[in-house]
Design a protein around this ligand. Structure first.
Ligand code: MN
Length: 129
């Protein structure tokens, strides 16, 4: 058993630039352990992930702000604090802040992540639910 007090020690908060659009910060909670990684991720207004998939799925729990999550073939759906999202293995999707708010979520990522193209402005600004 291992108890983590607050966040992982010895690892800095990281600006995520390679597979995201906009300014995104990831604070490590659990570095990858038994194929599971936990980060607290803050998206600045307009920032979002690229399209991606998680090999064994992902759990998102929204802590603050307001954001979007969108599965391939669907429309962006609103995320609010207290919301939990289960993304099944292999479902292509993106998540991020709204254009005018921050959004912070805990991300529990299971298995390897496969990254794809950026979410275009047209996709980001698409018809939203
Ligand atoms: Mn994801």
């Amino acid at each position: 058993m291992r108890i983590i007090r607050g966040r992982a020690e010895g690892t800095a908060t990281a600006a995520r630039t390679d597979t995201f659009v906009g300014e995104v910060w990831a604070d490590p909670v659990l570095p990858t352990t038994d194929d599971t990684t936990i980060n607290v991720v803050t998206f600045t207004p307009g920032a979002r992930t690229n399209w991606h998939e998680h090999g064994r799925g992902q759990i998102l729990q929204v802590l603050a702000g307001r954001g979007w999550v969108c599965a391939a073939g669907g429309r962006p759906q609103t995320l609010l604090p207290g919301d939990t999202v289960w993304v099944p293995p292999g479902e292509r999707h993106w998540h991020g802040a709204t254009a005018s708010t921050l959004m912070t979520h805990t991300a529990v990522s299971l298995g390897p992540t496969s990254w794809y193209d950026e979410v275009s402005d047209d996709e980001y600004n698409g018809e939203q639910e």
